[in-house]
Design a protein around this ligand. Structure first.
Ligand SMILES: Cc1ncc(COP(=O)(O)O)c(C=O)c1O
Length: 396
């Protein structure tokens, strides 16, 4: 057997992976344009409306409202959809903590419904079981860039009179049945934080096809002003949650590269899935055929249940890292996060427990992540990943 790199053998790979972010003359030109215009924020903006229009069009949405970041985007979307302090918001536990803290920020209560075993996306049937008279909204997460089952979730939301918000922080450009994510439910939110598929260091966006909701979101993010109102006319309670012109300029530049990068990620992910499917003890994610475009913010794969009981996921990661593959362990299931549980207890006066075995098992024993920029490497680099995974799995 080939010696593992961790035991002094030759690593499968020493070549570096593509760096992130990728930028060039477009971003430089647009940034300088903003700098020299002297219009960096406030009123009379140029880049922000252009970005909102292009981003909405790219996702088949009617309205867009830019925000400081993705977390606040979810908060604003929930508030604009009428969610109030004390209301329950159903969401998956296998997500970034911001999905929950965005609700907790104004005293709404996250309620965790488990994810599907083979996709790690919110399980609509678990959502049904979590609905109570206090439920006001569902926040579904298009994790890793894979749209969750919007058809079934929309049916459920409509049937129970709930708002449906898409946390599409990781899913810029993804599509469900040929339509962009973000405005498939009542509203959707995106993040442009440094690791994201288009980024400006920080930033967020809300999309919606509902004019009333979009106007309310705009107002909340613009100190309660109304679009055509006077400067000191504050019809609602809101805050300054706006993006700067600099961020909008960088994002317009990033959007010019998006199409090509999305195609490359999809192509490489398809190949990687084929290669990993050949390896004993490894499972890849099921892709619903209704996902007509996957954003691949992450490439997730799993140790098969048998392998996961026998081997320690963190040991697999340690060995892969030594072979030159920067695999990551991913999230801790949010229903196991003490800070979240404590906050929920303070807000509700009761200690809540959530039954989310799929998410917990994924987090503790099964799931490995690769970051999106790795999928911007070449075909031969996908073979390196598969070779390293096969070598490590054989060693265990
Ligand atoms: C699923 C998910 N939701 C929300 C966020 C929050 O976005 P931001 O960091 O822009 O506040 C992120 C990313 O950071 C995310 O991955």
């Amino acid at each position: 057997m080939e010696a593992l790199a961790i035991q002094g053998g030759t690593p499968v790979r020493t070549k570096p992976w593509p760096e992130w972010p990728i930028y060039g003359e477009e971003e430089e030109r647009l940034l300088l344009e903003v700098l020299r215009s002297g219009k960096w924020g406030g009123v009379g903006r140029i880049k922000l409306p252009e970005l909102e229009e292009k981003f909405a069009a790219f996702h088949d949405a009617k309205y867009a409202v830019a925000t400081v970041n993705g977390t606040i985007g979810i908060t604003v979307a929930l508030k604009a959809a009428g969610v109030k302090p004390g209301d329950e918001v159903i969401m998956p536990p296998y997500t970034f903590i911001a999905t929950a803290t965005s609700a907790l920020l104004f005293g709404a209560i996250p309620v965790f419904a488990d994810v599907e075993t083979d996709t790690l996306l919110l399980d609509p049937e678990k959502v049904t079981a979590a609905i109570t008279p206090k439920t006001k909204a569902i926040v579904t997460v298009h994790l890793a860039g894979a749209p969750s089952n919007m058809t079934r979730l929309k049916e459920l939301a409509d049937q129970h009179g709930l708002a449906l918000i898409e946390d599409a922080a990781q899913a810029v450009g993804a599509q469900w049945e040929g339509r962009g994510v973000g405005a498939l439910g009542d509203a959707g939110t995106f993040s442009f934080q440094s690791s994201k598929n288009i980024n400006a260091g920080e930033g967020g966006m809300i999309l919606s096809n509902n004019k009333e909701l979009a106007d309310m979101a705009w107002s909340i993010a613009n100190v309660g002003r109304v679009r055509d109102g006077a400067w000191y006319q504050h019809d609602h309670i809101g805050w300054n949650l706006r993006m700067t012109e600099f961020q909008a300029a960088v994002l317009l530049g990033q959007m010019m590269r998006l199409e090509e990068q999305m195609e490359k990620r999809e192509r490489n992910a398809r190949l990687l899935t084929e290669l990993l499917n050949e390896i004993d003890g490894i499972e890849t994610m099921r892709r619903d055929p209704r996902i007509t475009r996957h954003a691949y913010h992450l490439y997730m794969f799993k140790l098969a249940p048998d392998a996961a009981t026998k081997v320690d996921k963190n040991e697999v990661i340690r060995r892969l890292n030594a072979e030159g593959i920067p695999a990551l362990p991913g999230y801790v299931s949010l229903n196991r996060n003490a800070a979240v549980l404590r906050e929920v207890e303070q807000l509700t006066g009761e200690r809540r427990e959530y039954d989310c075995p799929v998410s917990e098992r994924a987090s503790e024993k099964e799931v490995l992540w690769l970051q999106q920029a790795m999928l911007l490497a070449e075909e031969e680099d996908m073979h390196d990943i598969a070779r390293a995974v096969a070598k490590v799995m054989k060693s265990l």
